[in-house]
Design a protein around this ligand. Sequence first.
Ligand code: GTP
Ligand code: MG
Length: 914
Amino acid sequence: LPDSFCDMENLVKVNLSDNAIEQLPERIGNLVNVKNLYLRGNNLAQLPMSFGKLDLLESLTLSGNGLQELPSTFGELASLKTLNLSQQGIPQVPTAVLDIENIEVLDLTGNQIKSLPAAISRLKLLKVLRVDYNKLQLLADNVCCLYKLEEFSAVGNNLTRLPPGFESSRRLKRLRLSHNSFEIFPPNVENLKRLEYLDVSGNMLRALPQRIDRLESLGVLKTSSNKLTVLPSGLFKMTNLRELAVDDNLIRTIPAEICGLTGLENFGKEHIDNNPLISPPIDMFEHGLRGLCKYFEDMHVSSASELPTGKVVLLGEVFAGKTSLANALQLGHSKLTKVEDRTEGINVNSTRLGGQLLVTMYDFGGHESYRLTHQFFLTMYALFIVVVNMSTYEDTADSFEQAVGCWVDFVRARVNRAVVHIVGTKADICTEADLHVKSNSILRRLKTFEVSYSRCIGEQIATIHDAMENFGILPPTHPFYGMDMESLQRRKRELERMLENAPILPTFVDIVSSNEDLCGIGELKNNVESMILNEELFLRPKVPRSWSALLNMIAASGKAATHGFLTWSDIVAESERETGLSEDSTVLALSHLHSVGVVLHFRDKPGLARFVFHDPNWLIRVFAMVAKNKNQDRKRMLMSMSPMEDERFHTMSPTLFRNAVDDLFERGSMWDCLLRCFWHELDMSDDVFQMLVSLLEMFDLCYRFSMTSPGSRGAVQYFRFPWFLENSPTQMYRKLWVNSGVKDRQVEVRVRFEIISYCPVGLFERLSVQINDLVTRVTEWKDGTLVRTLNDRLLLLQRMKEHRVTYLLLSTRVPERELDQGWTDLMPIVAKAAGLLKEWPGVLSYMFVDCGHCFGRLDSREWSDLSSRKVGHFPGEVLYTERPDHVTCPCTGDDINPALVYPLSHRKSSASPG
Ligand SMILES: Nc1nc2c(ncn2[C@@H]2O[C@H](COP(=O)(O)OP(=O)(O)OP(=O)(O)O)[C@@H](O)[C@H]2O)c(=O)[nH]1
Ligand SMILES: [Mg+2]
């Protein structure tokens, strides 16, 4: 700053934030009329002595400077009310601050302070004290003498208790103690009668006080991520409570009294998720307080019971022996399949293994092409049995990966704490010794497999921990540079949860033969049943007994149905007659049966809500009739045949047929008439056809579009199935994107998802379906989609694979001055991709923003090389962080345009993905 700056004596408000000022002029004290002074984000190492002369200064922001000390005159700032000293890296509260008796708001967030000095009690007028993300272990007793304190925030420290007498801060309204180390709820908090907001999330609390209702003004209570096992009775008397979060704890039951909390606004599943809840079942929280009350009413009327069902899913390589095993378990005698009897899709059958439990067995066809649809049937409460062909299994990494590893990953990706068992089959054609060696090898490799998975996550957690420890002084090259503390905290918790939710693996391999000797089958039955009934492995939710009756009723009516579905209205009518359940109760019961995977009912989907799918076999057969065509052999066969040879295609002329098949494999476009032919044997009405298409759409397997094609009258309906595309990049892509390059004054911005090891099947294709309402298509191929946005800008979605990493790249090119528009195009698509990934909580994925400045200095070949160290990148969380005024390229250290990395006006929102 020029020295003459200090001659502007009339200045009242001065904002010099986010510059690179290293020193203020010595005469700064001349600005005697300044009331507000903002110096955030400069490089001030110290302040001039004359600073103390700013007699009228009321508000001072010094955050993010790295100031180590304050001038001795600082204490003379008699008018100062608001002081922000956050993110300076200071190890203690500067003594000069404690002399300013009029301070009302003091922000010390993000420093290295280990304790608050006793003298803090001199700040008698202090209303707001923030010491978030410091290194506090103890608060001095004197904190209690801050009688005027209304808000105290100490998030992210190491506090284990509050000092005695803390309750004398009687005016306290807001208290934030999240992410500390409290094991016991601080007793003196209970006396803070005026407390309106309390956040104790992310501690290690095992209980809340019984009489928590003594906090009579409390409107918001956040206790997520603790170790609570029950909620105290007092809680349910807190009628003023508007917001409550108890997710990520160890709560098993919630009493009916919760219905008394009528002031709660939008208390939903996310506020209670991640608890081992058995009553009410977690899905009841999707129905609001009203639904919950209904559940408790029904529980009262009809006694509590557990559904007498279990679900077993058989997985494993093609020809592993799954179907033959399912036959042996179900029939009680050997029925080996023939070589040509490969399972298409899934076989589902219910059977009793001996006891009362009705076990539904899902026997998955092992072929790769079915995995797209199979993943929708991987649900909680199922026992996953990986079937291994012991006669072909070899003690090699590859063999293990194919026979076991990839199946464990497949299950892990979708289901938290999945219970996995391993069955080695075809024992009749193996030697005793061989079986012994191979089962040991499987178990050994499984252990190593898990250890390397946890190590990979553990390393990430360690890096985040490092970023948190050194917050504020991270170099731009640090992988988490640019993330705020909250995002770091959230990312860390998500990774920890992945470790906690890892599959529960077996300690032995069950060896069986499905051949006539049926060796080991009896033992396997016992093992399976006792595993399903083991409460430590499976939660068995408590439901009204009448729900089991409903299930039986549906099974009986299902037997008489021509197709694999019943109508909602029929079920309601029959249910009222036979089980006495009202319509409201039937809604709850069906939603529960849906969530445990016994029936499917999509009550929120227009076009589907009218139907209840009771027979997964039928549903999967319907999918398989379409999906099995996705295969080069099938294509060749269809192309070579005449529609006359096959009764399914009789309605089509040879030209029409050939064009339709060609369109399907070249462009992924299924003509309406061809789709009807594939479903020919279902012999269905138009109503059912539309319903099936809605189902495919709901699973994001296709989307519809209309086109007027030459020769036809009116618009023809098409369905696009992106996963049918087998072609490589099109000419159009080369012309419009590769060859045209980035034009003068244009920039490219790119968001990159890295999916480590297991990538969900169909992720890219489903994204391509989901963006349909946002864009129009220019060209598509197997691994890419070039689209045009409503504003006529081009956007490219690409998939790439390298070793064990799958990349999802979302990019757009815009003139530099229109960057904000570019982000507006890109962000909804980023949100869709992140939203899709959330369906697979066990998939390890990272989001990055690649540095658009690097694109400008590299040629496009280097830019597309994803392992290149020449491209800087930022953690994806920056997309949801406010845009700063300065950004440094992590690769070159250059100052870059912040708009290349930070979309405009992204307020932090709960929608931001982790
Ligand atoms: N000797 C012997 N043969 C078996 C046994 N179990 C299965 N097989 C044979 O192995 C082949 C494959 O068995 P399936 O049960 O169809 O295998 P799958 O895992 O269901 O195969 P997909 O459905 O294609 O994934 C068939 O030829 C069976 O006859 C067994 O215990 N002993
Ligand atoms: Mg099979």
